[in-house]
Design a protein around this ligand. Structure first.
Ligand code: ATP
Length: 451
């Protein structure tokens, strides 16, 4: 099988787009009308995979830490939030974007572009020259109107990040959940950015989902928390089964740091189109709470009962794209191999993320096999997401499940009628073993738990 430099099968992105549509992971939004710029819909398998990644994240962040709690804030917020956060001011300037690394800069801060020599302008972030979009008044945020009158006073924005919904609820959560610093607030939800250069399938879209956690800490202790979160987040990513040689941490240099950040690391994946971020760990200092305190006139301080001190906490943020993480998972799982003179396409998803955990087949549609397989599937449903499939040859059914990433196929065959055992076929090794009907549930639970 030909592979490209990054070790992925050749032409992987096109293969992922086509597999996603064929098997029902991801569809272009409003496809029957010709689609809409860089928005995607998740199909039956895609939503399962997305939910599993999200649940896995929530379990790790919220359930495993008694000092982290969740919120679900509105997508629409008081427009003042975006003035305080710096989004409204920052995006009313003429911006250019480096088409190589996708960083955006104010055109008036780049000397060569200002002088009309865009070809000479070096990107402060990636160092390449001359890869610039035309400068334009660029509003990253989608605007809409609240109420019936479409004027400036009625303008509201679709949030471009979930983080601000956490900052504005800092006091509500701290008071109601009786949390003491350090503590965290987690949120998963939609964000919208009118990206200048969307692309690479679901890598950069205009509507996407984020999984963010803001950890509020005592000023002075942020470096220690930052290091700890960097390690924990990398461990979590590895726990998804992502190949370690395709993961790395990238520290932002002074030119890359966002204005609100004192320190930032990206967790990057080696996509077929190069190393790219899919999660960031940021030391946001007291920038956000400080600004919201100033703009809202409401105190956002924390009173430390032990030291009797009052302060605005610092924030260490872990900010992951849910849809982008899903692309990492898909890209890393996709594999092709030659089997019986055919190319077998297989998604080697971790069993804990696989949309369908087990498929159940009767070998043939006779001798009572379909009834037994139907009953086995029904017994397993509820505890597992199971698919019962009777259509086509057994080989075709295996291939369909390989493409869906189903780790286990259970076949009812002649031996089942004799001794009550089923064939369990492992997606990755293709090894087959026999398991008795009444221990299949325990077998699956154990395999998924161990993954
Ligand atoms: P990029 O440089 O790729 O635009 P960013 O630095 O602006 O990303 P953040 O604002 O730190 O990204 O957002 C955190 C995470 O949200 C990113 O690591 C990414 O996974 C996800 N994300 C951001 N923008 C998009 C997008 N347009 N489409 C999909 N996911 C996105």
């Amino acid at each position: 099988m030909s592979e490209n430099e990054s070790g992925h099968p050749s032409d992987l992105m096109n293969k992922l787009v086509s597999l996603s549509k064929r098997r029902g992971f991801i569809f272009q939004s409003s496809e029957i009308y010709g689609g809409v710029g860089s928005v995607y819909d998740y199909g039956p398998l895609g939503i399962e995979l997305k939910n599993k990644i999200q649940q896995h994240w929530w379990r790790e962040m919220v359930y495993r830490h008694d000092n982290i709690v969740g919120v679900d804030a509105g997508i629409l917020m008081n427009p003042e939030v975006w003035v305080a956060s710096g989004h409204v001011g920052a995006f009313s300037d003429p911006l250019v974007e480096c088409t190589n690394c996708h960083r955006r800069f104010r055109a008036d801060e780049l000397a060569d572009i200002e002088a009309g020599n865009a070809d000479e302008q070096q990107c402060p972030s990636c160092g390449t020259r001359g890869n610039w979009t035309e400068p334009r008044q660029f509003d990253l945020m989608f605007k809409t109107f609240m109420g019936v009158v479409q004027d400036d006073k009625a303008t509201v924005y679709l949030r471009p990040e979930t983080a601000q919904g956490i900052f504005v609820n800092f006091k509500n959560v701290q008071d109601s959940a009786r949390q003491k610093v350090p503590f965290g607030i987690a949120q998963v939800g939609k964000a919208f950015r009118n990206e200048i250069t969307p692309g690479n399938f679901i890598f950069r879209t205009r509507e996407f989902e984020q999984m963010e956690m803001q950890y509020f800490v005592k000023p002075g202790s942020e470096d220690e928390h930052f290091e700890a979160w960097m390690e924990r987040r990398m461990d979590w990513v590895k726990s998804l089964g992502i190949r370690e040689d395709r993961l790395r941490l990238h520290e932002h240099g002074p030119d890359e740091l966002a204005h609100y950040c004192k320190r930032a690391f990206d967790i990057e994946y080696r996509f077929p189109f190069g190393w790219q971020e899919f999660e960031g760990i940021h030391n946001r200092t007291d920038y956000d709470l400080g600004n919201h305190q100033e703009h809202s006139g409401k105190k956002l301080e924390y009173f430390d009962p032990a030291s009797q001190e009052r302060y605005v906490p610092y924030v260490v943020e872990t900010s992951a794209g849910l849809s982008r993480t899903l692309l990492v998972v898909l890209a890393d799982a996709y594999d092709e191999e030659e089997l019986e003179n055919e190319t077998r396409i297989v998604l080697r998803l971790s069993p804990k993320l696989a949309p369908i955990q087990a498929a159940v087949f009767p070998l043939v549609k006779k001798d009572g096999m379909p009834e037994i397989s139907e009953k086995l599937a029904a017994d397993l449903r509820g505890q597992f997401n199971v698919q019962h499939d009777v259509a086509g040859s057994i080989g075709k059914r295996y291939r369909r499940q390989d493409e869906a990433g189903t780790p286990f196929c259970l076949t009812i065959d002649g031996e089942t009628l004799e001794n009550g055992s089923v064939t369990v076929r492992d997606r990755d090794t293709l090894a087959q073993e026999r398991v008795s009907l009444d221990s299949v549930a325990a077998y699956l639970a154990d395999a998924i738990h161990k993954a």
